[in-house]
Each structure stands twice: as C-alpha cells, then as structure tokens.
Design a protein around this ligand. Structure first.
Ligand code: WT7
Length: 651
C-alpha cells in the first residue's frame, strides 16, 4: 500500500546488512556462485528461446514442439505444436528410476494421523481418480471445481484432472458459499469435489454444508464427489453426490496420460483485482509445468535426498506451483501438513521439522510474525539442525522478521529466499538462489534466468536508478498467465494497456545500486492481508449489499501479524451504529466472501471524504484507520469538516 513518492520506505532503504551464501550451502549447490547465476541469466538474455527450448527437454514430449514461442502481444503460446502431459511429468516420468519407491507426499493430518505416498502409489491413485472423472462424464476442457482441506486427495484430484485434460479450479476452503457459486458460474464448472469437513484448530470446518449452499446457485455443476475426511454427518443428494471412496473402489488403476497440446488449459485460479469481480487467472500445461519445475529447482536448491515443506494451502497459487507441480515434476519428497500452526500448541511446526528432519522450509511473513509473537521457547526447545534453506512468499518481509527467521529458525546457517511472484506469473520471478546470491533483509534480490524486470514511470519510461516506480516485465516467460477466463478485454486492460508492450505486475518497486529489487507494495486498491490478496471494492460491494449500509470504503491499516488488517468505514441508511451492527456487518462480509475477508474494524461515519469528482479519498481514510495524522493535500476534499467529524463520530 506504500506510495512510492511518499518516501515511506526509509527503513528498508537504510538496510545495509548483507549476508553472503553460506560456504557449506554453496559447496554443494547446483548454482554455486554469483558468477554461475549471472552466466545462466546472461545465457537466457542472449537467446531466451534457445534457453527455454533446451530446458523443455526435461519434460516428456509425446510429440516434440515445432516452435518455442509464438508471441502476439499480449498472447503467448509456448512450445507450439508439442504434446505433453503435466501428470505424466509429475508421476510416470519417475517410475523408471529409483524415484519409483521414493516418498512423493509425506502427509500429516491435524489430529496427528499420517500417510506416505510413494511416486508409484501416487501414480496409482491418480490413475484411479482420472478414471473416476471419466466415469462421471468429465473430459478434456471440462472445468472441475475443488473445495477441499489440505489432504493428499486434493493433490490426487489435481493430477487426475491434468491427466485427462480437465481444467481445475481450486477454491480455498476459507471462502463462502457465495464465493464458490460465483466462481463456479464464471468458470461454468461441471463437477464439484469436496470433503465432509476439514480440521482446523481441533474443530471441523463443514465444507460439504458450504458446498450444498453453493450448488443451489451453481446450475452448471451436475455432480459432486465427497471425500470422507472427518466422518462428520453430511447430507448426500441422490444422483448428484457420490462418495470418493465408493467411486475409487470401483475404479481401474490403468489410465494412460493423454497426449495434450502444450497450450491445453491446466487450471483457473481466482484472485482479487481492482474491481469487485475476482479474476480467473488461466494457466496452460507445458509452459507452466516447465516454469514451476525449473524455478523450484533453482530457488530451493533441491537435492534428491531432501525433504521439502511448503506450508501454503493448495487453494493458493503457492500450493499449486510449490506443493504440487514444481516439486513433483522435479521428483521431490513433499511434506504436507493439514492444519493450523498453533494446534495443539504453538510449537507444532518446529515439532514437525524436528521429527521428520525437514531440509527446506517455505512459509509466509505473516506466519513468521505470529511465530515471533508466540515466543522463542517453542522454537529453541526443538532441534532444527536439519534445515538448510528457508523461504518466504506472499508479501515483503520486514527486516526484523527476516533477522528473527534467519537466527531463530535458521540457526544463522540457512540462506533465506525471499521470493517475489504472483498468481499471474505462475512461478517465482525474483529471488535469491541459496548458493549464489548474497541476501539483504527485505529485498527479493534479483530476477531468475529468463526474467527481465524493469521499473518505469507512469509514461512507461525507465526511472532513475534508486527511484520507485511500476514494476513491469519486458519479456514473456513460460509460466505467465494466458489470460483471464472468459474476459480478454480485462486481461488486456489490466496487464498490458498502461505500459504498452510490457507486463504490468501491479506492484511498485525500486532497484538499488547493486541491481537488487525492493518491492514497495501495490499500485492499485488491492490489500495484502496475511499474504492474501483482497480487493477493497469486493469488500465494499459486500457491505453495500447489506440493507442498512449506504456507502462503504475499505482500507488497509498496518497490523503486526497480518501485515495489513482491513478497516471499513460505512455510512448507514438505517439502523444504529454500535457493537451489534458492527458484528452483523462483519458476519455479512464473511457470508458474502468468506472468513478471509472479514473486516477487523468497522467504523461508522456520517459521510466519507471524497474528491470533487466523487472518488473516495482512501489515502486519508488509511491515515485515520492507522491513527496517524493526515499529512497529504486535502484541498480536494468535498467537505473539509469530514475528517474531523470522522475522528469524532465513531468509536
Ligand atoms: C502479490 C501477489 C506469489 C504467491 C503468493 C501471493 C505480493 C508476493 C512478495 C514478496 C513483496 C510480495 C505482491 C504481489 N508479494 N510475494 N516476496 N515481496 N511482495 O500471490 O495472491 O497473486 O499476490 O503479493 O504485491 O503482487 P498473489
């Protein structure tokens, strides 16, 4: 949310600490020096198509591609004419080697139950579920909607879709039935997959119940597969709802991976934009697969014997790329944990790392801030010496949280990879490499090979070194989004219109004298709450849909744990301000969008401050929300008294 011109980045700007890659890590790293990184980047820069074309040889091709890239801005086609299969690359590709009996997934449920699936076992389950999908009438191009806990079956379902060319749309289990219905409708989903419930902090999240409400408003969905996870009571509608285990009991374990065109849609993942309607970001098979695989290998310096744990839910892009597709196509052993980090106590993660000897750990700054708050004792009582590489994603990490992560979790020995990327980019774009890049706390350092960022002003001209500006990408890359589902116009407008010829990421950034990038927050009204993107307009629309609300403005305010918390200002057309209505409005947003979007503060106002053209002055409201004084220019305020009134009215 930082305005690059407001000079609010002083703390990071003065960050002078730098940490070279630890020699023990470099000694065995695949990319082991700054020069080795630079050589790879230069190679990609000199001839990107040759670079990616060569790497694509690491995927299995049923039919070789004729051309690496067809670029008709803003539409890219990668590995044109080729046929591959993402599920084949994640599974079958490993069955002729010692990886066959290697753990692909090591999973632990919140109650402590565990499961291990080798590549062979995962292959069998995926083949069976692919046959289940076919039995249910799902074919190439059909959209399958998933609303599931973080269990192996979610990964199995994704890979089964990929195997037959169905398109998955995963909806994070924190969204409401309204949100599921919207997404199902937008994607015209044909099949729903869910579970009876999921575990969260010892309680059951009633997933099927939420899906039942969603399906009332999802006419395109004909059938629903239900996984029994908790054993809780659910209602099953005859002819529509089917138990996962019953279907699987009948399914054949034989299912060849379909040879699919490189540009076959692999998935849709909805993310918030600057308007009220979530965008269905579209990714396609071959380019995404290659990009997830290579970035996983580069950034985490994965070695065959490592155990890798990414704490993200598969409901977000991080889980798609770095729980499922990247690590599995690299033949990695992935650890998955279903539940909350503070169940049964705040030491759960460290106990897991100690017990399973996790080597690579990838989490979010918001989690790190919570760990700090919970106290060091949970950490210091555990043996974390197996860890070699630590990662973060989702938002910038405050240098102090970085230092804590480095010292307390990494024991001062583990490089931290601060990975910058987006749902749209498919994979990590900028990040240190553990054995090659000196790190600076708070910087995502440098672009990966094949990635060419630039920082431009509103005219699209490069800014002076050290100045903040819009972050853009100068060249297409294999993992890039292929569009917004069903909305070509919005795709063009959102990403390709403001700076012609370049991909507009939507973040402000600055590049320092060493060529290191520092992300400075979003350029639009998108909030980043606990590493999740929320649209202010979506929250405002939800509020205005309440019969008592006249007008609403949602803004972010700094929060120690979540990074940003959501404060909403509302004017009423009925009802009385007070605690009861405050709770009613919070609950209303929860029902409309989901628990992820529930406002932290609801503040009542007589009027909202607006410019002469009627735009709500969010900058002022942000100041009010965070309790800081208003420093900006207020001469365009329609009502000069409004700010003073705001401060008086509410509370
Ligand atoms: C937005 C993308 C990428 C997976 C998780 C979020 C912010 C992400 C960083 C980072 C600073 C970051 C950006 C970006 N962001 N990683 N390392 N440093 N900011 O995916 O929901 O698509 O959000 O998250 O603002 O644009 P997403």
């Amino acid at each position: 949310m930082t305005d690059p011109h407001a000079g609010q980045l002083d703390t990071v700007m003065h960050e002078a600490r730098s940490f070279p890659p630890p020699p023990e890590v470099s000694a065995r790293a695949h990319i082991n020096s700054p020069e080795a990184y630079q050589a790879l980047w230069d190679e990609a820069h000199a001839d990107p198509e040759a670079f990616w074309g060569k790497l694509a040889g690491e995927l299995h091709w049923f039919r070789p591609f004729d051309k690496v890239l067809e670029w008709e801005e803003p539409f890219a086609k990668w590995f044109v004419g080729g046929q591959t299969n993402v599920s084949y690359n994640c599974l079958d590709a490993h069955l002729d080697s010692a990886r066959r009996n290697k753990a692909a997934l090591i999973w632990e449920g919140e109650p402590g139950d565990t499961r291990v699936l080798t590549y062979q076992m995962l292959h069998t389950e995926v083949c069976k579920f692919a046959n289940v999908l076919k039995e249910l009438g799902v074919g190439e191009g059909d959209v399958v909607s998933l609303y599931m806990p973080l269990v192996p079956e979610l990964a199995i379902a994704l890979l089964a879709c990929a195997r037959i060319g169905a398109v998955h749309s995963v909806i994070f289990a924190g969204f409401s039935s309204e949100a599921i219905a919207d997404r199902n409708h937008d994607a015209q989903a044909k099949l729903q997959i869910t579970a009876d419930a999921g575990w969260r902090r010892g309680k059951m999240l009633p997933l099927k119940e939420t899906v039942d409400a969603a399906l009332e408003k999802s006419p395109s969905v004909q059938k629903c597969v239900v996984l029994r996870r908790t054993g809780s009571e659910v209602s099953m509608r005859e002819g529509r709802d089917f138990w996962w285990h019953e279907l699987m009991a009948q399914a054949s374990p034989q299912c060849e991976a379909a040879p699919l065109d490189s540009e076959t849609p692999l998935f849709i993942l909805y993310t918030s934009g600057s308007t009220g309607k979530p965008k269905g970001i579209k990714h396609t098979a071959a380019g995404y697969n290659l990009y997830a695989k290579k970035t996983f290998e580069w950034v985490f310096d994965y070695h065959e014997e490592d155990l890798y744990w990414c704490t993200a839910d598969i409901g977000w892009i991080t889980g798609h790329s770095y729980v499922v597709y990247g690590p599995l196509s690299a033949g990695a052993s992935v650890f998955m944990y279903e539940g909350a980090p503070n169940w049964p106590n705040e030491g759960r993660f460290w106990e897991i790392i100690e017990r399973y000897r996790v080597n690579i750990f990838y989490t979010a700054p918001t989690a790190i801030r919570a760990f700090i708050k919970w106290g060091d004792d949970w950490v210091t009582s555990r043996d974390l010496s197996s860890l070699r590489v630590l990662g973060t994603v989702g938002e910038g990490i405050n240098p102090e949280a970085w230092m804590w992560y480095h010292e307390k979790i990494g024991g001062g020995r583990c490089p931290i990879v601060d990975t910058w990327w987006q749902t749209e980019t498919g994979g990590i774009m900028m990040s240190p490499l553990p054995g090659a890049t000196p790190t600076k706390p708070g910087s995502c350092t440098k672009p990966l090979p094949g990635i060419e960022p630039a920082i431009v002003d509103v005219q699209g001209q490069p800014v002076k070194p050290g100045n903040g500006g819009w972050l853009v990408m100068e060249r297409p890359w294999p993992g890039m989004l292929r569009g917004i589902w069903g909305d070509e116009q919005r795709y063009r407008e959102q990403y390709w219109s403001k700076v012609p010829g370049k991909y507009l990421a939507g973040d402000n950034a600055r590049r320092d004298e060493d060529g290191y990038y520092w992300i400075m927050g979003r350029i639009d009204d998108v909030l980043n709450v606990a590493g999740h993107r929320l649209s202010t307009i979506e929250i405002e629309s939800a509020l205005v849909s309440h019969p008592k609300v006249a007008e609403a403005a949602a803004v972010g305010r700094p929060d120690d744990i979540k990074g940003e918390a959501v404060t909403v200002f509302v004017t009423l057309k009925a009802g009385t301000p007070g605690e009861e209505l405050r709770n009613e409005l919070k609950q209303h947003v929860r029902e409309q969008i989901g628990a992820v979007a529930q406002p932290d503060d609801v503040r009542f106002a007589a009027t909202l401050p607006k410019t002469r053209s009627g735009k709500i002055m969010r900058r002022l409201l942000r100041d009010v929300a965070s309790g800081s004084e208003t420093v900006g220019d207020t001469t365009t305020l329609e009502d000069f008294n409004v700010l003073a009134k705001l401060r008086r009215d509410e509370k």
